[in-house]
Ligand binder design. Sequence first.
Ligand code: HEM
Length: 546
Amino acid sequence: MRGKCSYKSSAHHTKPRYHQNLAAPAMAPCAEVAYQLMHGAPLQTLLLLFLILLLHLATTSSRNQAKRLPPSPPGLPIIGHLHLVGGLPHVSLRDLSRMHGADGLMLLRLGSVPNLVVSSPGAAEAIMRTQDHLFASRPPSKIADVLLYGSSSDIAFSPYGEHWRQVRKLVTTHLFTVKKVQSYRIARQQEVKQVMARISGAAAASAAVDLGETLNAYANDVVCRAVSGKFFRAEGRNKLFRELVEANSALLGGFSLEDYFPRLAKVLVLNRFVSKKAQAAHRRWDELLETIISDHEKNSMHHIDEQGESDFIDVLLSVQQQFHGITRDHIKAILIDMFGAGTDTSSLVLELAMAELMRKPQLMTWLQSEVRNGTPKGQELVEEENLSGMTYLKAVVKETLRLHPPAPLLLPHLAIADCEVDGYRIAAGTRVIINSWAIGRCPGSWEKPEEFVPERFVEGSGAAAAVDLRGKDFQFVPFGAGRRICPGLNFGLATVEIMLANLAYRFDWELPPGMERENIDMTEVFGLTVRRKEKLMLVPKTHLVA
Ligand code: HEM
């Protein structure tokens, strides 16, 4: 589909500078014409005039075209701006955008592909609200095709179109309603209880816990359980799922050669090697999912949980007929999305919240006193019904998402039509990178943008308190916004809040001997999600609940 569109964001007032220097090139030819007219050679003069007019139109129109592209830093032949991206693209793209961008927009050529980098709330609004219909697609990815049963089977990597609309509707109306997410309350509670028991064991032995690893297993188990019912631990399936999620994340993460040199990648051995790895991972996924789906088909009644609610696979199988053309492969691709999108994201938020709280013990104390005072005396665990009044807990989660959005560049979007954003021309086929990490640290929107200050989100503390994370306020888009906003938002927040509350309720936390708070290393490693480079090892001390 190709079409025209035009947008001028209300947040920006800088006019595109199309018309400068237009008079200058006409000066010398004008003098020539005047001379010709005075010396009486009308035919040649008219011809000359006509040629000058053509030349003038050609030069000004090509100059206007160039001016109307978003600004770019100087690039190199062949690789374009690829060398400027670096190991932490969300950081380097923010810095480049500050130096070379205008109105939060910058155009980079990465290999042979144009990329629009979006780094301000106003520009994000233009892309994900005003012209969302033109930017809601995804660029093609060969690796995603191999892993996810073709180019449009799943949700996250499917191009904008009828199939995506169907599968998106399927999950939002059947898997991620508030009611459905609440129905997994007991399952979450049981998973939290298991983790607390493991941490209590470490506390009794005065041993350190690898918190990242523990929380990743928890988030994986919560998704596993919602997807495939309470027997998900049978035959070590939860561990296998975790292994496969890691394989996908390594294959899909980062800035890959095939994305930026699609033609060249076809002939390179490296590409075949990556493809083989993707095929191997795909076969393992397929085998595992096929077994679990067949089990469900044979035995559907066994998967009804305590609330009378069925797991994702049951739901998908039962509504398959209502959704036109949804095949078994589509179901498998959707399930792979659930694991990929739902595991690392939630566990990273938890790990980073704990790392930030360990760096600022006063904030940990505030959180602990809120959670301990807000839970009925003698209760073994914080339960979901206790969370509603815990405003500081929610503020800590929001602040973690602001400073450390797990998917800092969201997933890539794609322009499906030629259009105009803030006066700049964007060509169909341009990839769009929305830097949610940079937007969350935008000095125009946030006070002390680089500091971890959960209080900013507590009611009564100022304008930031009302800022929403559900895609309405474009200075804070950790879940994206518009048509492609994360459909698992409620599921993810529920997974995070109940665990963080219990970590603060049940334990006091210390650093391993010899380690100082200032030395907690927040260095990041970039991938499909961004994780901490160093393990977060903490020593739990059991807090006795009276
Ligand atoms: C704190 C937890 C989470 C965060 C921060 C998060 C963040 C995101 C982000 C940034 C996107 C891309 C939005 C865009 O491209 O504009 C996304 C997409 C998606 N997320 Fe999440 N997510 C979380 C949890 C989950 C969970 C638990 C699930 C499912 C179990 C899930 C399923 C998905 C799916 C299926 C998509 C693709 C949507 C589409 O392309 O239409 N997410 N998420």
